[in-house]
Write a new protein. Structure first.
Length: 596
């Protein structure tokens, strides 16, 4: 961030910092997307607001039946947009983690686009289909009739996108055409070719295509885009990418408020995770284009809301910078054992581009918000992940977990401990159905695990991947002592990340092919995990030097002060007084909040 701001890669944020202030932020335990954003927007620790991870075991449930911590209905504390609403302020929330489902003056679907989450309002996932191959393109005659518009059809096929709800697939007819000496792919959504959705040339994207599809709640209009990745006529070869098939409506509250902005913003463009790059389904250029589509949509909907609604509080989140670090970190950090200096410049230029794109959203919001207080903040930093550590393998060597027939399944009748995330969970008899660990044995196991985890050594390097380990009660001062955390919580040394699946105990990651950075298994006290907050506006002071470090739970009460309202009753944080101009108890102003 410092490098790109100083290089003026981010002109909007550079200007914001110059006329306002900067505050370093301490993230949460664990430092991951749902936990950190929930803490930031409720003003209270994870052990209070109940969001303690993507998936966490809970008392009274088997250890392998974990609870999702990504939805607002899991919150046990009030988010700031609801506090604003209850105090007569108008709040608007766009694609924000842990905001779905919740109430605001307008909340636009925040249930996907981050963390690899599939949206509840999708009918089919993004992906690439090919012919020939084992994908979902199948050759065959035209359904009935032929595509109109001229040109000679040389190949017909069916495209069937699997429905993620197990319902009828989303189907299209394809035809390879030669028009004016150029190959094109015609796509129709009706069997009789009465509705040709688009005709694509190589490397081109379609406009949003509206089709009827059976989603989770029934048959309704959805939208998607296609990009033609490759095409040949003789022999016929096709590679066709589709974005997720997402419902046009029904995902926002109140529905009529979203309808006012649909014409200006268009269908949601949200999925920007690099999993399809890792699998080889798309190239880097297509991945960047997907992120650009997401950015353009975020800018359009932000401008529409800020220019047409009588808003007091506005929040929008962009996620592709986080994905960019996961994708590129190992290609940028010379500490990675497979670092390739020949590709450093490529990775650096690509990361710069993602930061520049994020800055476009900052600029769009600043321009549309007018004389408002603007806050730009992030949820956590990132660190190198050069080696994966599978602690369940370490536990299995000690007879503490037993796998069924050597596979992924666990024999819980013979297993005392399992690893999830950066926690070890005991199969306790008093809290887990069928548990086998007594309270007395649990005390000894916790003591032993805390002692032995930090002595674990990687044979090839002699390094110790676990920096520290402690009972979860010892993390109460950081808010990490909730029941969703394990009996033992550990933090990895720089370069190491834990995983729960089967495989080698230690495995080096592959740059450009998998995640090579992480955050949720590192200590938030590590400066590399710190985040930043930048702010400027009528009620925000100008500071030439950064303010002292503040926990992320101080952000929500700061927003409440700027809105001239009391924070929610559960709030544990305090307003950042180094940021506020004047008496924070007397403020009554509008605020825009951009999260990058």
């Amino acid at each position: 961030m410092d490098e790109f701001l100083n290089a003026e890669t981010m002109p909007s944020l550079t200007d914001l910092r110059a006329r306002g202030c900067e505050v370093p932020l301490l993230s949460t335990v664990p430092a991951c997307t749902p936990v950190a954003w929930a803490a930031m927007m409720t003003g209270c620790h994870p052990q209070t607001n109940n969001i303690q991870g993507f998936l966490t075991p809970r008392a009274g449930r088997p250890l392998d039946r974990r609870i999702a911590g990504v939805y607002a209905d899991r919150l046990k504390a009030e988010p700031v947009w609801q506090t604003a609403l209850l105090n007569g302020r108008r709040s608007y929330v766009v694609k924000f983690p842990v905001s779905y489902p919740s109430q605001a003056s307008l909340r636009i679907d925040g249930a996907a686009g981050w963390g690899g989450i599939s949206c509840l309002h999708e009918a089919a996932a993004a992906g690439t289909s090919t012919w020939p191959g084992t994908g979902v393109i199948a050759s065959g005659p035209a359904w009935t009739g032929e595509p109109n518009g001229g040109g000679d059809a040389t190949f017909f096929a069916h495209l069937s996108l699997p429905n993620i709800w197990g319902k009828r697939p989303v189907e299209f007819a394809l035809a390879v055409l030669r028009r004016h000496g150029q190959l094109q792919l015609a796509i129709a959504s009706e069997p009789d070719w009465s509705h040709v959705c688009t005709s694509l040339e190589l490397g081109k994207w379609s406009d949003p295509i509206v089709v009827e599809a059976e989603g989770r709640t029934g048959r309704e209009d959805h939208a998607l885009r296609f990009k033609l990745m490759s095409i040949e006529a003789t022999p016929p070869r096709i590679s066709l990418f589709n974005t997720s098939v997402h419902a046009l409506h029904g995902h926002s509250l109140p529905a009529e408020a979203w309808q006012r902005h649909f014409d200006a913003a268009g269908p949601i463009e949200e999925q920007t995770d690099p999993s399809l790059v890792f699998s080889g389904a798309v190239d880097l250029a297509t991945h960047v284009e997907r992120c650009q589509l997401n950015l353009d949509w975020l800018c359009r909907v932000s401008r529409s809301i800020l220019s047409r609604e009588p808003w007091d509080f506005f929040a929008v989140q962009v996620h592709f910078v986080d994905w960019a670090h996961h994708l590129l970190h190992g290609a940028l950090d010379p500490r990675h054992p497979r670092y390739d200096s020949a590709r450093h410049h490529e990775a650096h230029a690509l990361l710069r581009r993602f930061y520049t794109m994020a800055d476009e959203l900052v600029g769009a919001v600043v321009a549309a918000a007018g004389e408002a207080n603007i806050i730009v903040t992030g949820d956590h930093g990132q660190d190198l992940h050069h080696t994966t550590v599978r602690l369940n393998e370490w536990l299995a060597e000690r007879g503490l977990i037993t796998f069924i027939d050597g596979g992924e399944g666990v024999d819980w009748s013979r297993s005392r401990i399992c690893a999830y995330g950066n926690s070890l969970h005991l199969n306790r008899a008093d809290t887990v159905p069928g548990g086998i660990v007594s309270e007395r044995e649990a005390e000894k196991l916790v003591e032993m695990l805390c002692r032995e985890l930090v002595t674990l050594t990687e044979p090839t390097t002699g390094e110790r991947p676990i920096l520290s380990a402690c009972p979860r009660r010892d993390l109460a001062h950081l808010g990490g002592a909730g029941e969703g955390m394990g009996d033992v919580v550990f933090f990895c040394a720089s370069g190491y990340q834990a995983r729960n699946d089967r495989g080698p105990l230690f495995q080096v990651t592959e740059p450009w092919c998998e995640f090579t950075s992480g955050h949720d298994h590192f200590s938030p006290l590590d400066p590399r995990l710190h985040s930043r907050l930048y702010a400027a506006g009528p009620q925000i002071v100008r500071r030439d030097v950064p303010a002292p470090l503040h926990p992320v739970i101080d952000v929500a009460p700061t927003i409440a002060s700027l809105l001239g309202i009391a924070p929610s009753p559960e709030t544990e944080g305090c307003a950042i007084r180094e940021l506020l101009a004047g008496d924070p108890n007397e403020m009554n102003t509008v605020e825009a909040l951009v999260h990058a």
